[in-house]
Design a protein around this ligand. Sequence first.
Ligand SMILES: NC(=O)c1ccc[n+]([C@@H]2O[C@H](COP(=O)([O-])OP(=O)(O)OC[C@H]3O[C@@H](n4cnc5c(N)ncnc54)[C@H](OP(=O)(O)O)[C@@H]3O)[C@@H](O)[C@H]2O)c1
Length: 273
Amino acid sequence: MGKSFAVIGDPIDHSLSPNIHNAAFRELDLDSSYIAYRIPKGELEGGIEGLKKIKIDGFNITIPHKIEMMKYLDKIDEICNLIGAVNTVSNKDGILKGYNTDMDGFLEPFKKKELNIDGINALLIGAGGAARAIVAGFTKEKAKSITIANRTLEKATSLSKFAKTIGLNANAIEIKDIKDTISNYDVIVNATSVGLKNESSVIELKGINEKTIVYDIVYMPMNTDFIKKAKVEKATIIYGYEMLLGQAVKAFEIWHGIEAPYNAMKKAVLGGF
Ligand SMILES: NC(=O)c1ccc[n+]([C@@H]2O[C@H](COP(=O)([O-])OP(=O)(O)OC[C@H]3O[C@@H](n4cnc5c(N)ncnc54)[C@H](OP(=O)(O)O)[C@@H]3O)[C@@H](O)[C@H]2O)c1
């Protein structure tokens, strides 16, 4: 029997995940399907019951359910437990197991491009759910230090405490205090949601150079204002779609137990723009 998968969240209509996974099924001739399913905030429990009833084989979770979903899991993968948020679930005979593939998805473009994280100083802007997975990623790959800058200082401080607990040298500041320290960093990541609505980037990038890696995890539009500004400075760019692709590849491999067709999935992402 064919397998079925979904992505749940709200809003969900612009999700690229169905394109990415269905392209992989076509490429490998798998009798599977993947749909986008809107579950509004506050309706997660009922939504999960529905998915179990139709014997869904697996699903991805996006805003706003990544943290709340943790309480409906029967089993939790170690990294998912560490991050405290879930973006991928497998369903084996009604037993839901949670994973977080955002961390590996974030790291994937560094590996593909042979860009080193070991010993670097990172500036992470944003302190939400995605930022937590990124902190875990920088720790895993042995970054030297991380400065977490957030609009709300409290959240940056709390994330910086988490970073220190797992072994990464960290400090917290407000975004407005980044100012002219920008040239101190080897890697600068935007993990706020700013850019999605074509807003101006949260910081200016004057003072960086072609060795600076600038990574925007916002993937729609592909060329955010942050990415455009990084291009003016000739920085090394990593696009949000690369992380999206990385997390989808990992989710595919968890569900299907075979190597994901990377190129077909990449073509599907790029076709979505
Ligand atoms: N490429 C990928 O695969 C991928 C994966 C995961 C997430 N994402 C994207 O990453 C973004 C963040 O996701 P998330 O799950 O971490 O969201 P979240 O938990 O809601 O966190 C949002 C973050 O953005 C900040 N922010 C929002 N509006 C702001 C503004 N006007 N000025 C300054 N900061 C602002 C928030 O700061 P405060 O704490 O001050 O509110 C917070 O740090 C989303 O756009 C999401 O689509 C991409």
